[in-house]
Write a protein of this length. Structure first.
Length: 142
């Protein structure tokens, strides 16, 4: 899937709060590296995992619905078959996040279709950390 680099760079300059779905703080795991990077870059990171608590030393919530504050971007580290369900969860958030971002190797036409027309930018198969490193937003936090 093609992504508009300027649009995503501008988006990341406006994003403050990122929910990381599938958050795990096991060293060496991609989700751990990305989560720590986002924290170090100055984002308000909210770990979401149904069974884990205290990921990255932060309050961790079992679902997106349990997150007690607005989320600007949902960063998904789950297999593609779970993405439509997370898209549905995302559509129930108020206010709606600006972006639903699926990490490298994750494609979900069904999630994309569910989010179509919502105003939520959908990103597939792209690492948020790598993109941020290659295209730091103006006024970047890092």
């Amino acid at each position: 899937m093609l992504h508009d680099i300027q649009e995503l760079t501008a988006l990341l300059g406006q994003v403050k709060t990122i929910a990381v779905v599938g958050a795990v703080d096991k060293p060496g795991r991609p989700v751990d590296m990305v989560g720590r990077y986002l924290i170090d870059a100055g984002y308000d990171v909210i770990p979401v995992h149904p069974k884990r608590t205290g990921v990255w030393g932060l309050p961790t919530y079992p679902t997106l619905a349990d997150v007690p504050r607005a989320v600007d971007l949902v960063d998904v580290f789950r297999a593609a078959q779970h993405c439509p369900g997370h898209a549905e969860e995302t559509l129930k958030l108020s206010p709606l996040p600006r972006c639903f971002w699926m990490q490298t190797g994750i494609f979900s036409p069904e999630a994309r279709q569910r989010l179509a027309g919502s105003g939520i930018i959908v990103v597939e198969d792209l690492c948020l950390k790598v993109f941020h490193e290659q295209h730091p937003p103006t006024g970047a936090r890092s």
